[in-house]
Design a protein around this ligand. Structure first.
Ligand code: NAD
Length: 520
């Protein structure tokens, strides 16, 4: 490969704007060769038994456990989130994915035997096998720069694919740490590859190399562009896109817990989470109690450098993110929102800090209730009747996750079924991203397809059905030559097999035996 020494990517600490590290970018002209190399490596990797693949993969888990502190620090330096968030929201989901691939994931890739009442009679055996697709292109964002690509890579590799990862150029340092994890834990050369650099340039080069599948996590506009490119070549694509996730508080909710959760769910990772709490609907009867607790808890948050254990909320990733938050806040103010706390950036710290912000008196004409703010803001709207709350929750272009808060969990589950999202949590928010066995993904503009779980694992496979017929007959009933008696015999067989009524079924059996001249 041509080392492009003139193009280094700087990893900038968003808390201090200091340079953490310089990472070599990938020359776009090298991408085709990287894919060709990955294709060769994939053939060998796919030939390994699942046990042998797992032996290689689990060496990565050991590496992660040995280097937890260093990796958490790199995530915090590169992205800004607190060390605790790096551990709980980045490293934990990856460890749970390691557990999943070694247990449920491994079992899910075994041949799936099919059953059908006709199979034993006809001496048919049928089953599905799960074959790798080839080389998977994974394009990932900066907001969870470790957990998102790692959980996707592990599933893709277990299924026998090779991977080419394009991490966000805003978190190239974490991308580099992922590369090291696989290379230093002994992954065979070429099975995991990392392209570093600009999204549009390397994204185009990646699509030109025709991956066997693309898994994209990021914004809706880029997702649309990639899907259009994928359509030209019929490349399958999974899209994990944005969210505007509602949080519905019922009158019987545990208000103390709901208020703490809303504050955590809105401000974790400085609100830069696809599934963060972006809209709260609280019943009028408990609104004042809920709001005063939320405001008090928001004001108690300690904003600062994520490397300090006492920091509750770190910076945003970039100036662009602050600009968007400011735009949403200006729009909300102009349309009559009240901001009891926050509502401005923090200039004294040096980095990209914005105060955790609560908004009241908001409505769906405001950008902060319709568009993804992706910043530390928590707009709260009151409702009087449950149908209205559900209508408001569903009044969105997005459909990623939602949460419902009530002590009556059966009722909350029923409400959950009426909300148009891919994930609903009752009395919690965000947690299912950390459960590798739970499917992750959304509907509407939040994306297409699922990651995590066996459903997500199957998205990295081609499902092949293999059917074996051990027939003793020289001809099957439906083969040539055709005739009226054959038609009648086949019709009798259909009645015998599929009639629900006893008389119809028995009639079918008699006619069938007659057609074979076993009855006169
Ligand atoms: P983004 O779309 O700007 O970038 C995502 C990735 O795509 C980056 O690696 C970027 O370099 C690359 N990219 C940019 N332009 C490209 C192009 N033309 N071709 C190919 N690749 C290109 O998104 P972002 O700002 O990094 O991430 C934030 C967004 O991601 C938010 O909308 C958030 O909700 C979403 N997100 C969704 C999930 C989910 O699971 N649904 C998870 C995390 C983030």
């Amino acid at each position: 490969m041509n080392a492009d020494t003139s193009r280094m990517i700087q990893s900038i600490n968003p808390a201090t704007l200091e340079v953490n590290a310089e990472i070599q970018s990938t020359a776009p002209g090298d991408v085709a060769d990287i894919f060709a190399n990955a294709r060769q490596a994939q053939k060998k990797w796919a030939g390994f038994s699942i046990k042998k693949r797992l032996d290689h993969l689990m060496a990565g888990k050991e590496y992660l456990l040995k280097n937890t502190d260093d990796i958490a620090r790199i995530i915090t330096l590169d992205n800004g989130k607190t060390l605790l968030e790096s551990l709980a929201a980045e490293i934990y989901p990856v460890l749970d994915m390691y557990r999943f691939i070694a247990t449920d994931g491994r079992r899910a890739l075994r041949e799936e035997k099919l059953s059908n009442p006709i199979f034993p009679i006809a001496r048919i055996e049928s089953g599905n096998v799960f074959e790798p697709l080839g080389v998977i292109g994974i394009i990932s964002p900066w907001n969870y720069p470790f957990a998102i690509p790692m959980t996707q890579i592990l599933a893709a590799l277990l299924a026998g694919n090779a991977v080419v990862l394009k991490p966000s150029n805003l978190t190239a340092y974490v991308g580099d740490a992922i590369n090291k994890l696989f290379q230093e834990s002994g992954m065979p050369q070429g099975v995991v590859n990392v392209l570093q650099g600009s999204g549009s340039v390397l994204g185009n080069a990646m699509m030109d190399a025709r991956p066997d599948k693309v898994v994209f996590t990021g914004s809706v506009p880029v997702g649309r562009q990639l899907m259009a490119r994928a359509a030209e070549q019929l490349i399958p694509i999974t899209l994990e896109l944005g969210g505007k996730d509602p949080f519905i508080v019922l009158p019987d909710a545990d208000i103390e817990r709901a208020a703490s959760a809303a504050v955590w769910g809105a401000f974790v990772n400085a609100g830069q989470t696809c599934a963060s709490v972006e809209r709260v609907y609280v019943h009028q009867s408990v609104a004042q109690r809920f709001i005063s607790k939320v405001v008090e808890k928001t004001q108690a948050l300690r904003v600062g450098d994520g490397l300090q254990f006492t920091t509750d909320m770190g910076p945003l990733i970039s100036e662009d993110r602050i600009t968007l938050v400011e735009k949403h806040m200006a729009d909300a103010r102009a349309k009559g929102a009240e901001i009891p706390t926050g509502g401005e950036r923090i200039l004294t710290f040096g980095g990209y800090f914005y105060k955790p912000t609560v908004l009241l008196n908001v409505n769906h004409d405001m950008e902060c209730m319709r568009e993804e703010t992706f910043g530390p803001t928590l707009p709260i709207m009151e409702y009087t009747d449950l149908d209205e709350a559900i209508r408001l929750a569903n009044d969105s272009d997005y459909g990623l996750t939602a949460s419902v808060w009530s002590k009556d969990t059966a009722k909350a589950k029923k409400i959950g079924r009426r909300i148009n999202t891919g994930v609903v949590t009752i009395n919690n928010c965000l947690i299912t991203y950390g459960f590798a066995q739970a499917p992750w993904g959304g509907i509407k503009d939040s994306g297409i397809g699922r990651t995590h779980s066996v459903h997500g694992l199957y998205e990295y496979t081609s499902i092949k059905n293999i059917t074996t017929h051990k027939s003793m007959l020289t001809h099957d009933l439906w083969w040539h030559p055709y005739s009226e008696p054959k038609f009648n015999g086949l019709k009798a067989a259909l009645n015998a097999l599929f009639c629900d009524g006893a008389a119809c079924k028995a009639g079918g059996v008699v006619k069938l035996l007659k057609s074979f001249k076993l009855l006169s």
